[in-house]
Write a protein that binds this ligand. Sequence first.
Ligand code: GLY
Length: 380
Amino acid sequence: MPSSSDVVMVGGGVIGLATAWRAAERGLRVTVVDPGSDEGASWAAAGMLAPISEVTYGEEPLLRLSLEAARRYPSFVAELEAAAGTTVGYRRCGTLTVAADGRDRAHLVERHRHQVGLGLAVEWLGGRACRELEPMLAPGVPGGILAPDDHQVETRRLLEALRRAAASAGVATVADAVEGVRVESGRAVGVVTRGGIAITGGQVVLAAGCWTGRIAGVPPRASALVRPVKGQILRLRGSAGAPLLSRTVCAVVAGRFVYAVPRGDGRLVVGATSEERGYDTTVEAGAVLDLLQDLAVVLPGARELELVEARAGLRPGSPDNAPMIGPTAMPGLLVATGHHRNGILLAPVTADALADVLTTGVVSTLIAPFRPARFAGAPA
Ligand code: GLY
């Protein structure tokens, strides 16, 4: 077990692992510290790579980063699969967002107008055209938005590939939770784990999702601004021979959002709630009911599928819902968290940009708008 590294990575989700892998490829000795449970946001995530379908008013800087992330995904996947010797289920399937009825259609018309105004590649389709693409959609679906460039990846295979690639690049792992950052003369010099293991590092990166703010020894504005945003999410299983969907389908049903991400083998990942409920990860019957009912309105065949998993994950949300990436005010301490709804999508750009910072100290223009210091005036 290493007691000293160039970089101590706190967190072994997609952000931590991808950054550890990229930093190790550049010759740094990296240790990832993670309890190894399946409670992180990465394990729960559906794997939507959907910057266009999920675009939100007022988040244009995030959109620029997200579009660049989507552009880089294919080459990232190719490199990762070669390094890991396994595949990650990256599917260029596109995403169709449909309305359940006329009122929901009005909502989507506005969304389409916003997307077109931003110059995004979207196409408005009438109900019949939606069903030509996805024949299992309900006959009442009145229309929707096709985003041909919004794709998906299988998150759990992605995590496994990142673990393998990181290990083969020499990244060490310590299976424990981090209790606190060790600070000497105002500089981060390592971490201590709950099990009492002290690991020394030239640089410490906090990539522990919404738990980042709970790590002792961190200046409050470096991380305590990250909050958990609960997402309850389901996994359904159908027939590989007769999949219900061929692309990701999002839907607005009575003003609520639901999405279904189809895997190649007939499974569907259905999500997700978005709740400000602290660190609660209870799966509630009502949330499961709402998700399934809403989905069944636009995709009645979903009723026939087997419900194989229901869980709640905690997205890390920052005050502006954009990530916090880069150095903090404390020398030697960096953060990579706050990726909110976009952690899987943003992992490659975060990893590459942070590997630059770790090796050269240079913060690229791509991540400069996401400096943790932008919240300097905010109450911690
Ligand atoms: N991006 C999907 C979600 O966060 O639920």
